[in-house]
Design a protein. Structure first.
Length: 181
């Protein structure tokens, strides 16, 4: 069905593209939020990623899965926003309140508190460690997929992930009994 929707989109069928957007929207927003840590910016970036993908759909290789392509687009856009913030504003990124509200409705209080602590711990990591950790641990992408999305080598992705895991174990030792996994 996806390949048919892509082919129809290449023929300027907006309804077919709506199907693709609907299929990937939640994950694209989640990826963007994981990088920029702001719900409004994440939604804007998702919209921008889908517009960009639509405008360049003729360059998309038929037969390839659409997901990795749109995930790379939104990751690059989100990383650009973070770099711009760091370069020009030098301010703290917003706290993780939107995720906390979402989690609170779905989880019991204790699990919600642990989830918020984990989210804060991931959020406290240096930029690329945070991005890689969120893409791997939360979004469950493979190393190769993360490398493609971020433009890093797989080895660098693994290195960032290893450093991030070490810092997370230290920060959350009380949650996990100080064990190594």
């Amino acid at each position: 069905m996806e390949s048919q929707a892509i082919a129809a989109t290449k023929r300027a069928d907006r309804a077919a593209y709506d199907y693709i957007v609907e299929k990937y929207l939640k994950r694209v927003i989640s990826i963007a939020w994981g990088v920029v840590r702001n719900a409004a910016d994440a939604e804007d970036l998702a919209q921008e990623a889908f517009v960009k993908a639509f405008q360049s759909i003729d360059r998309f290789r038929s037969g390839e899965p659409f997901g990795p392509w749109i995930y790379r687009i939104v990751t690059n856009l989100a990383l650009d926003v973070v770099k711009h913030r760091t370069k020009f504003r030098h301010e703290e990124l917003p706290a993780s309140e939107p995720a906390a509200r979402r989690d609170s409705a779905e989880l019991p209080a204790v699990a919600s508190e642990i989830a918020m602590r984990i989210d804060r711990a991931i959020g406290s990591l240096p930029e690329m460690q945070r991005v890689v950790a969120r893409l791997f641990l939360v979004e469950e992408f493979e190393h190769a997929e993360i490398a493609t999305m971020t433009g890093l080598s797989e080895g660098t992705v693994r290195s960032h992930l290893s450093l991030a895991r070490k810092k997370l174990r230290e920060q959350l030792a009380d949650v996990y009994g100080g064990s190594d996994e």
